[in-house]
Ligand binder design. Sequence first.
Ligand SMILES: Nc1ncnc2c1ncn2[C@@H]1O[C@H](COP(=O)(O)OP(=O)(O)O)[C@@H](O)[C@H]1O
Ligand SMILES: NC(=O)OP(=O)(O)O
Length: 312
Amino acid sequence: MKKRVVVALGGNALGNSLPEQKIAVKSTAKTIVDLVESDCDVVVTHGNGPQIGMINNAMAALTREKEGQPNTPLSVCVAMSQAYIGYDLQNALHEELLNRGIKDLPTMTMVTQVLVDPKDPAFKNPTKPIGHFMTKEEAEYAEKNYDYVVKEDSGRGYRRVVASPAPKEIIELDAIKGLVGKELIVACGGGGIPVTREGNELHGAAAVIDKDWTSSLLAQEIDADILVILTAVEKVAVNFGKENEQWLDEISVEQAKKYIEAGEFGEGSMKPKVEAAVAFAASKKGRVAIITLLEKSKDGIAGKTGTRIVLQ
Ligand SMILES: Nc1ncnc2c1ncn2[C@@H]1O[C@H](COP(=O)(O)OP(=O)(O)O)[C@@H](O)[C@H]1O
Ligand SMILES: NC(=O)OP(=O)(O)O
């Protein structure tokens, strides 16, 4: 029987610049089509940290240059990032599907809005890094002149941070559900365009939602069998980077929660992935969340590698 799989693409699946992304999506498409050929109905989600930083900077420069040019809201920048990344992915998937003789699976990108709570405390405590790394001097300049909130990122330099509220509801969910299995869909890009509700109106919010959290919500809502979070490591570790580092194969939801509490996973990097994986695996017995490398996704689904989180 076909498996329903949500594949969440991390930064290494897309690269950090326009030329890097154009190259990266070629191997990303191979990985995704491998899953299609392994009898999976796939829905693709992706991050947008570098891309939204780039788009936001470009739009802000335009506002500074041209009198009367209104500022572009962050929600609109997320929408732009969905279209831009979706275009590159669709283009690469189209080619890869045809190369393998698969002609009956159209690809499409769904511009997706995701409801957030305007009272989410995340709006008062920006944590989500976006855009490029800055030196201390560049960071100070950006804070003073562009009103950015900037934080030091694990010894690697400084990055702008923005609010990252929790995803509550996927507005286009029914449309996505109707297409799973019939089309190869890219949805909920960059965690979704954050919106708040006022009656029948949806208003864009100044935030970037964590894509791992939205991917977990999507996987639960479409009743997926597997959530695969693809990133830059083959497995999740405890004592990561230390002498007694231990790579994890299969762990229970309970064990994963204990490791989260013990602070085993990097804030803003591995921790949201494990939390999102736990939320999916805990939501129904039989659901499996896998965290692994992009190029190992097929082996991960076959149970040969990756860290698997399951409800026991
Ligand atoms: N305990 C851990 N086990 C494995 N990787 C970890 C751990 N803690 C932090 N990391 C780091 O998290 C990174 C993945 O997070 P990130 O780069 O933010 O993801 P993304 O692929 O979504 O862009 C890994 O490459 C690794 O450097
Ligand atoms: N929106 C989001 O989570 O993007 P990254 O995965 O690139 O941080």
